[in-house]
Design a protein around this ligand. Structure first.
Ligand code: UDP
Length: 327
C-alpha cells in the first residue's frame, strides 16, 4: 500500500493528480474541505472531508493512512478575491499549510510536493521567469504561496522535510477521458468562462484590460495542460523517493499567449466566435507571466507534449460539453 495524501484532491488540479497517482501505482487519499472542491471528482481513492485548520483531523488522517508522501494542492487561488480579503488567504493558505506541514513531520511523512505559483514572482516586465528570478509577489495569493515555500525550507533545515516546489503558470484543459475536468463555482478563469460565453451559458466574456504594454494590449500568460502538469508531480514524487533532494521547478512551457490570442484559438477549435466586451484591468493582474521552463524538462525529464493551445482548448471544450459535478 503506497498511500499519498492529496490535499485538495476534489479540486481541478488535485483530481487530475489523483488519477495520475493511481495510474502510477499509488493510492491517492483525498483530503478536501469541499469549500471549492467537488465530491464527485473524488474517483480514484479514499476521501476524507475536512479543513487544514483542523490539526486533530490531520493527525487522525496521517495515522489512519500512513501516507508515504503529501501532495499539497488545497488552497484559495483567486487574484480578485485575495485583493478584497487578504486575511482569508493568510489564514487558509499559510496557517492551513503550517498545520499540514507540522502534522506531516509529526507523523514522519517527510516527502512533500507543493503547488506554488508564478504569482510569487510578481510583475517583472520583459523577463522570462526562471527559478532563480527574485520573488516579489504583488498580491496576497502570491505572497501566501511564497511564505509556504519559506516554511518548507525552514522545516527541511530543522526536521528533514524533503520537498519539491512546483511554481505553476496557467493551467488549462481537462482529462481527455472525461472522468474529471475544470469546474469552479464561481468560475473566474479565462478558458472556462470563454467556453461558457461561446455556448451561451453566460454573458459575453469581459477582457480585463486592453491597455497593457503587450503587442495587442492584453495580458500574456503561459498555459500548461493539466495532464502535463500532474505528470510533473509524479516525476517530482519519484525525484524525492530517489533521494535527489529538495528542488524548485517552474511548470510552464515558455510560450506566452495574450487573452486575445486565446480567444482566437478557441474560435479555431470550436468554430464559434467568443462574444466579448473590453473592460478595465482586474486589480492584482501581472502584465506578462511566461516561464523559463527548462529545468523541469532537463532534470525531471518532463515533456509537456499536450500543452498546445489547440489541445488544451479541445480537451476543455469536450469536458465543457459533457462533464459537470453536483454537490
Ligand atoms: N481574464 C480576462 N477575463 C476574464 C478572466 C480572465 O480577461 O473573465 C484574463 C486575466 O486578466 C488574465 C488571463 O485572462 O490575464 C488569465 O486569467 P485567469 O483568471 O484564467 O488566471 P490567472 O492568470 O489569474 O491565474
Amino acid at each position: 500500500m503506497r498511500n499519498v495524501l492529496v490535499t485538495g484532491g476534489a479540486g481541478y488540479i488535485g483530481s487530475h493528480a489523483c488519477k495520475a497517482l493511481k495510474a502510477a501505482g499509488f493510492t491517492p487519499v483525498t483530503l478536501d474541505s469541499l469549500v471549492t472542491g467537488w465530491q464527485d471528482a473524488v474517483k480514484f481513492g479514499p476521501f476524507e472531508q475536512g479543513d487544514l485548520l483542523d490539526r486533530a483531523l490531520l493527525d487522525t488522517v496521517f495515522e489512519k493512512y500512513e501516507p508515504v508522501a503529501v501532495m499539497h494542492f488545497a488552497a484559495l487561488s483567486l487574484v480578485g478575491e485575495c485583493m478584497r480579503d487578504p486575511g482569508l488567504y493568510w489564514r487558509n493558505n499559510v496557517a492551513g499549510s503550517l498545520n499540514l506541514i507540522e502534522a506531516a513531520v509529526a507523523a514522519g511523512c517527510l516527502d512533500f510536493v507543493f503547488s506554488s505559483t508564478c504569482a510569487t514572482y510578481g510583475d517583472q516586465d520583459n523577463v522570462v521567469l526562471d527559478e532563480n528570478t527574485a520573488q516579489h509577489p504583488i498580491n496576497a495569493y502570491g505572497a501566501s504561496k511564497r511564505a509556504i515555500e519559506d516554511m518548507l525550507r525552514d522545516f527541511e533545515a530543522a526536521h528533514g522535510l524533503r520537498h519539491v516546489i512546483f511554481r505553476y503558470f496557467n493551467v488549462a484543459g481537462a482529462d481527455p477521458d472525461g472522468e474529471v475536468g475544470e469546474f469552479h463555482q464561481p468560475e473566474t478563469h479565462l478558458v472556462p468562462l470563454m467556453l461558457d460565453a461561446i455556448d451561451g451559458k453566460r454573458d459575453a466574456l469581459t477582457i480585463f484590460g486592453t491597455d497593457y504594454d503587450t503587442p495587442d494590449g492584453t495580458c500574456i500568460r503561459d498555459y500548461v495542460h493539466v495532464c502535463d502538469l500532474v505528470d510533473a508531480h509524479i516525476l517530482g514524487l519519484k525525484w524525492l523517493q530517489d533521494n535527489k533532494g529538495s528542488r524548485v521547478f517552474n511548470l510552464g512551457t515558455g510560450a506566452g499567449f495574450s487573452v486575445r490570442e486565446v480567444l482566437d484559438q478557441s474560435h479555431a477549435v470550436t468554430n464559434r466566435s467568443v462574444p466579448y466586451i473590453e473592460g478595465p484591468r482586474r486589480a492584482g493582474d501581472c502584465t506578462k507571466l511566461v516561464s523559463g521552463s527548462q529545468r523541469a524538462m532537463d532534470e525531471l525529464g518532463w515533456n509537456p507534449h499536450r500543452s498546445t493551445m489547440k489541445q488544451m482548448i479541445t480537451d476543455a471544450w469536450r469536458w465543457h460539453q459533457t462533464g459537470h459535478y453536483e454537490r
